[in-house]
Write a protein that binds this ligand. Structure first.
Ligand SMILES: *[C@@H]1O[C@H](CO)[C@@H](O)[C@H](O)[C@H]1NC(C)=O
Ligand SMILES: *[C@@H]1O[C@H](CO)[C@@H](O)[C@H](O)[C@H]1NC(C)=O
Ligand SMILES: [Zn+2]
Length: 476
């Protein structure tokens, strides 16, 4: 499909499709969350926490429709039907915790996370009016009128579905043709493209080794803020670079190549728009026809192990490593791109997720093994956390990945993560960053947070690059 055709597809999308998605999603039972909510349980004794399977086992007698959203050594968040709200005291006893209802109307939060027709579409209309016929060179018009700032402002007002993100990627490659390359890593199970946006100013003097920073989002499809944030950071750096008023952005692009993969799980992401807003895995067939999908973040082939999970579980990792199409494609790409005989060098990796405001460092597969770069990883993680606190006042905790995956209780649960895989592939600085919030909206962060969280993450990126460029305390 040509870019012009894609852009034309975008026009009806922005005006009509958004409302359509919401309707479709409530019609179907998999995505029907009416009368559902989220319960938070604080463990009574810190450090005496339960693994996911222990929690499911204990809550099984109340309901089999429970989905753990987060589980760490302080608290558990799980989504459930509101019938259980009445039994909250019993549940507290069962889990040896203090439980309370955190979100009582899940479906209204879900609605709120989709774009609405309430918003003023006037601006976008105005821009589109500049292209009355197909023969106009759209991108030239945008450049001469310098409208692209406005278009991007509009773009980041709402979450965007897969189709409009792809249009956006194509638009960006037209705006920054000299330095941005849109790379198709291959087709997913449902024949979507897995795209990487490669930024390379090719300054051999200041980046002789081709040091590269890889940034991913959307591993878990319901974590929409991770996708918008990767897009935001990328756009912010590109436009700072282009405007040339910001020496720091120039210096950053001269010193590092970037690879942005905003939607690592395109099939799952599409499904969250059409059918089930809270879908987490990919959409690939498993051995159970009723229950498709693998949890991508458990499918990578570094310290991979089988778990007790079954195909219907939202954490299912399959029967062998790299079973998911997306992790295969990423693995092929990383191997092709980086290696001893290649002129690019994998150097830093950031994997954005949500929610709970945490900076996680390797390893996830074990709490007993520390990475060789632990001093740098810790020092920089606390620097990043501090820079966020100074910028927006938000507290991001620094933890080892294993703690987040309850690998201290159940080692197999921490296996096969993308974080560990990329660290092993040579990204000596590797973090998984779980963005806002701390639970009031959970995975359903409203679109008004796209910009503030995007700015927060841009700040993280700048602090990270400062650290790498001024290695005064760097231990090698
Ligand atoms: C969603 O489920 C509720 C029961 O929890 C039911 O009353 C309602 O009709 C369902 N909505 C749709 C659109 O299927
Ligand atoms: C390469 O990067 C350095 C450091 O940022 C800069 O001074 C120099 O002008 C750059 N060279 C080119 C050709 O852009
Ligand atoms: Zn996640």
């Amino acid at each position: 499909m040509s870019i012009v055709q894609k852009l034309l597809l975008l026009i009806p999308f922005f005006f009509t499709l958004n409302a359509h998605c919401i309707t479709k999603h409530t019609e179907l039972s998999p995505g029907n969350y009416s009368n559902s909510g989220v319960v938070r349980c604080h463990y009574k004794v810190k450090g005496r926490h339960l693994s996911n399977d222990q929690i499911y086992q204990r809550l099984n007698k109340y309901s089999r429709h429970i989905d753990i959203w987060t589980n760490n050594d302080h608290f558990i968040d799980f989504q459930t039907h509101e019938d259980l709200f009445k039994k909250i005291n019993k549940i507290s006893k069962t889990l040896d915790a203090n439980c309370e209802v955190m979100i009582d109307k899940l479906d209204s939060l879900i609605k709120e996370s989709f774009p609405t027709n309430r918003r003023d579409h006037g601006l976008f209309n105005e821009i589109l009016r500049d292209y009355p016929n197909r023969n106009v060179d759209i991108f030239k018009v945008i450049n001469t009128r310098n409208i692209h700032g406005k278009l991007s402002e509009y773009f980041f007002q709402d979450y965007r579905d897969l189709n409009s993100l792809e249009v956006w990627f194509h638009v960006l490659t037209q705006w920054f043709p000299d330095i941005l390359n849109l790379q198709d890593l291959g087709s997913t199970f449902e024949n979507n493209h897995l795209y990487a946006l490669e930024i390379n100013v090719n300054n051999k003097t200041s980046n002789p080794d081709g040091k590269t920073i890889v940034i991913t989002g959307g591993t878990h499809s319901r974590e929409w803020i991770s996708i918008s944030t990767v897009c935001y950071v990328m756009f912010q750096l590109l436009s700072d670079y282009e405007s040339r008023i910001n020496n720091k952005a120039n210096h950053i692009f001269n010193s590092f190549n970037f690879i942005f993969i905003p939607v690592l799980n395109p099939d799952g992401y599409e499904y969250t728009w059409t059918t089930d807003r809270l879908w987490r895995k990919n959409r690939q067939d498993t051995e159970n026809k009723e229950c498709p999908g693998f949890d991508l973040d458990r499918t990578f082939g570094y310290h991979w192990q089988p778990t007790w999970e079954y195909p219907c579980s939202s954490n299912y990792n399959g029967k062998e490593p790299f079973i998911a199409k997306e992790s295969q494609l990423l693995d092929q790409y990383i191997k092709k791109k980086f290696g001893p005989d290649k002129d690019e060098m994998l150097s830093v990796f950031l994997d954005f997720h949500s929610y709970s405001q945490e900076i996680l460092y390797p390893f996830t597969y074990s709490c007993d093994v520390l990475p060789n770069d632990i001093e740098n990883l810790l020092e920089l993680a606390y620097d990043l956390s501090k820079s966020i606190r100074k910028f927006s006042g938000k507290q991001y905790d620094v933890r080892q990945g294993c703690k987040d995956r309850d690998a201290d209780l159940n080692p197999a649960a921490g296996s096969g993560s993308l974080l560990d895989y990329m660290y092993d592939k040579g990204a000596r600085i590797s973090y998984q960053i779980k963005l806002r919030d701390t639970g009031n909206h959970g995975f359903l962060l409203p679109s008004r947070f796209i910009e503030p969280v995007g700015k927060e993450a841009t700040e993280v990126m700048k602090t990270l690059c400062d650290f790498l460029l001024n290695p005064t305390t760097w231990m090698s």
